[in-house]
Design a protein around this ligand. Structure first.
Ligand SMILES: [Zn+2]
Ligand SMILES: [Zn+2]
Length: 154
């Protein structure tokens, strides 16, 4: 396993200043997260949110099956890819569609911890709706194509 310290420093996706690396004690090996000295935002690489929240359900909900649509204006601080916004109650987390990195605005980690403590109930309906929307978009073309083929066989 490569040492996290060897990862290059990253820039805040909002302020473009170099973020400060900070070691955090978690269960298992400590993790090093990146904190912006300007806005106080936190960058978490894939898997770090789970360790910080100690809540698999909540972190999986935020970072798994996020689809391909990008609703976020941010680009990933780690890989430069598009990000999407994933909501959990009143918190909106930015997640990279490629590497699964997570951006938390100042104070959002505390809010997520509170949500986690209160017992998070996943909004499966909203999640399913989003997935359906995406499928529908992809299907529209193939449905039209199929219709056209059926009509042209007559
Ligand atoms: Zn910042
Ligand atoms: Zn990324």
């Amino acid at each position: 396993m490569p040492l996290k310290n060897e990862l290059r420093e990253i820039e805040c996706p909002k302020c473009w200043v170099t973020m400060k690396q900070e070691e955090v004690e978690v269960l298992g090996p400590n993790i090093i997260i990146d904190i912006c000295p300007e806005c106080g935002g936190i960058w978490l690489d894939h898997g770090e949110l789970k360790k910080l929240l100690k809540n698999r359900k909540l972190s999986d909900y935020l970072t798994k099956h996020i689809g391909t649509q990008s609703k976020s204006k941010l680009v990933c601080a780690r890989c430069g890819w598009l990000m999407d916004i994933e909501p959990a109650e009143d918190v909106e987390v930015d997640v990279c569609l490629k590497c699964g990195g997570v951006w938390l605005d100042y104070g959002e980690l505390e809010k997520l911890k509170a949500i986690s403590k209160a017992g998070f109930k996943a909004d499966e309906l909203a999640k399913a709706e989003e997935r359906w929307e995406e499928l529908a978009q992809k299907d529209r073309e193939s449905v039209l194509l199929g219709l056209f083929r059926r009509l042209s066989r007559r």
